[in-house]
Design a protein around this ligand. Structure first.
Ligand code: IVH
Length: 672
């Protein structure tokens, strides 16, 4: 069908509106329309483009996720090399830098621009005629990988500039692709539940994501961009600070925290200030960058080796320290997961003394070649769990041996094994004492059976004394009341309280019971999902793997895990004991859901709802046959958006997932 001028005009107008709203949303963080309105505009555009495919242009807001997976990235050569910065960590060295600048510039006036040093991945973006043409990694500074398709999916990178500007027909923008800490955490939590390999930190996951060959997967990951460099092929630019302003006018996200500093004292002040405030940012920074503002002066200052003489990275004191790794111990979790842990010579890092740190898994240890006896770098990131981040190979004493994963469980001596495609080893003995303790702790945990007073120490004691072998034994503990009262640290009152709390837990819903059982891959929301469709334990026991998989959100891995757990003789004995003890094996409040807009749908809640708490909204959705997920992915059906919604909303928009506001949500709930 030929495209008439008026249709083209309509298409262009929709695109312009969508660009404007993307800019307001992603760059200014000040949206002016509701998500529904945005979705309507996008749908109108997509519909028109379906009818008139010849009108589709690569810079259309509908064309972010396209293209086929690439086999290999093309190598590109940077027109101007992407330099790296020399690093300093203290005031003295910054003053040295300032002196060097002065010695070249003489009496001339100059000023610095201070910026945050984003801990992400540097990229270069080429624009021609206002349209995003090509994006590449830094690579070795001279040549990088062409990752245009991946970068196109990042919604804060404009596919077309907001404004055409004189002298900017062809230009290059450089900046950092990064992931917010919270998005990173959520993504990792999801990956853990799915048994996928975890990312180490936000920078790592941004870097790993940009290397993916399928832009569709990249589109589902929460990446952000911030611009900090502009270069025009026509010249004509005069100052870095002006360039930042121009970048923003063009529609690029630019940090609001950059600052012009006239003296080195002001620079040091800026650095000190951000060292204190870094945790208040939603993303990681590892220092500040100081740049001479004038581009002419930059040219005169030139470079030494691979770094410019007009800029320096002023890093924060690392939240890391070097210490001795005495031993690699294995910790056994609830489902038998074996986690290697470093036993360290105690060292003071980022405000506290650390003597143990995570080593993640076997691959991580092998990748870094971490050995007992090594001097290792211990790091405390934005999150508090310390980790071993590298080995000081020069300090390695003679006679160390590469780490080899033992083939036996450190607790019970049973064989351990690593399933294909998983990063973890598991202890196969479900009677392993470490597993027994961890399972009982999980069972009693607040989100599960919520048994007050049954924490780690008490569980240790009860299991150690042989009073309890599994969580079903808890319900027979009352028979040993006298013995308990006579135990050290216990008395009449505390024993009574514990027994009452155990008895009380019999009231917990079936979905909680199912979660408490500690079946691998069955977290609280999967348990609810199962219970919504299979309302009784008996029905669940009779359901086949195939039947289980018909439940939305239950894949082969979960189905298989449930089946295996319930088929296991030992487990089924325990389950029968729980039944006899009087635990809930049926979902009592189950409404028969016939028709509901939530039936079989995966819903994500974000922001604050004014009439319902998160938990209440979740309950409603689940009652109506839906599942509530914690993060937005391509599997999400819709997102309920309350006030002050954050990154989940970004992601929903990025993926083109339907969003509904609180009003619509209430209407849907009450009409079902
Ligand atoms: S300017 C010559 N500005 O730090 C100018 N870099 O070692 C080089 N970085 O590869 C870049 N935040 O990945 C600049 N505000 C910022 C930055 C920044 C982070 C990274 C970037 C670069 C590395 C330099």
């Amino acid at each position: 069908m030929a495209v008439s001028a008026s249709i083209l005009k309509r298409i262009e107008s929709l695109r312009a509106q969508l660009r404007e709203h993307d800019f307001r949303y992603y760059v200014l963080a000040q949206p002016t329309i509701s998500d529904q309105e945005y979705d309507r505009l996008m749908r109108a555009l997509v519909d028109l483009e379906k009818v008139y495919p010849e009108a589709i242009t690569p810079d259309s807001p509908s064309q972010r996720v396209g293209g086929q997976p690439t086999k290999e990235f093309q190598t590109v050569t940077h027109a101007v090399p992407m330099l790296s910065l020399s690093n300093t960590y203290n005031e003295g060295e910054v003053r040295d830098f300032d002196r060097r600048v002065r010695s070249v510039l003489g009496q001339e006036q100059f000023r610095y621009v201070c910026e945050l040093k984003f801990d992400g991945v540097a990229v270069s973006l080429l624009f021609s005629g206002g349209v995003f043409l090509r994006g590449a990694t830094r690579g070795d500074g001279t040549q990088g990988d062409d990752i245009t398709q991946n970068l196109r999916t990042i919604r804060s990178i404009p596919l077309r500039v907001m404004k055409k500007k004189k002298g900017l027909k062809e230009f290059e923008v450089r900046g950092e692709v990064y992931m917010k800490r919270e998005d990173f955490r959520r993504m990792n939590a999801d990956r853990e539940l799915a048994g996928e390999k975890l990312f180490i930190n936000p920078r790592n996951s941004a870097a790993g994501t940009l290397k993916l060959q399928d832009p569709k997967i990249v589109a589902g990951r929460p990446l952000n961009f911030v611009a900090y460099y502009l270069r025009s092929t026509e010249g004509g630019l005069v100052g870095h600070h002006d360039n930042l302003t121009t970048l923003r006018e063009l529609g690029f996200p630019v940090s609001q925290h950059s600052k012009v500093c006239k003296t080195v004292e002001a620079v040091v002040e800026y650095w000190k200030d951000w060292e204190k405030r870094r945790d208040s940012l939603p993303y990681d920074i590892d220092g500040v960058v100081v740049k001479v503002d004038s581009l002419a002066q930059q040219t005169r200052l030139g470079m030494i080796a691979k770094s410019p003489r007009w800029a320096i990275a002023f890093k924060f004191a690392a939240r890391q320290a070097t210490t001795l790794l005495h031993e690699i111990k294995l910790q056994v979790g609830r489902v038998g997961t074996i986690t290697p842990v470093a036993e360290l010579e105690p060292v003071f890092v980022g405000g506290s003394t650390v003597s143990r740190a995570t080593l993640h898994n076997e691959d991580y240890i092998k990748e870094l070649d971490i050995r007992p006896g090594d001097s290792v770098v211990v790091e405390k990131g934005g999150d508090v769990i310390p980790k071993v981040s590298s080995v000081v190979k020069e300090k390695r004493p003679p006679g160390t041996k590469p780490f080899a994963m033992p083939n036996k469980c450190p607790e019970c001596g049973s064989r351990i094994s690593r399933p294909e495609e998983e990063a973890n080893y598991y202890c196969e003995n479900s009677e392993c004492p470490a597993q027994i303790r961890a399972r009982i702790e999980h069972f009693a945990h607040r989100g599960a059976m919520d048994i007050e007073g049954l924490g780690e120490a008490v569980v240790d004691q009860l299991v150690g004394l042989g009073f309890v072998h599994n969580y079903a034994d808890l319900y027979e503990l009352h028979k040993r009341k006298r013995e308990l009262v006579n135990l050290e640290r216990w008395g009449e009152k505390s024993v009574e309280n514990l027994l009452a709390a155990i008895d009380n837990s019999k009231q917990r819903s079936f979905s909680r019971v199912l979660f408490a059982l500690g079946i691998r891959h069955v977290g609280a929301s999967v348990a609810q999902l199962l219970v919504n469709q299979v309302a009784t334990m008996d029905a669940l026991m009779n359901a086949s793997v195939v039947e289980l998989q018909t439940i939305q959100g239950v894949g082969p891995q979960i189905a298989d895990s449930v089946r295996r757990f319930l088929e296991d003789k030992h487990n089924s004995k325990i389950v029968e004991k729980l039944r006899k003890a009087g635990l809930q094996f049926e979902e009592r409040l189950q409404r028969v859901v016939r028709q509901s807009p939530f039936l079989g749908k995966t819903v994500v809640l974000t922001g604050t709802l004014s009439t319902l708490s998160r938990d209440e909204a979740k309950e409603k959705i689940e009652e109506l046959g839906g599942r509530v997920a914690s993060s937005v992915s391509s599997k999400t059906d819709f997102v309920v958006v309350g006030a002050d919604a954050g990154s989940k909303l970004d992601k929903a928009k990025k993926l083109g997932i339907r969003t509904i506001d609180e009003d619509d949500f209430s209407k849907l709930v009450s009409s079902s």
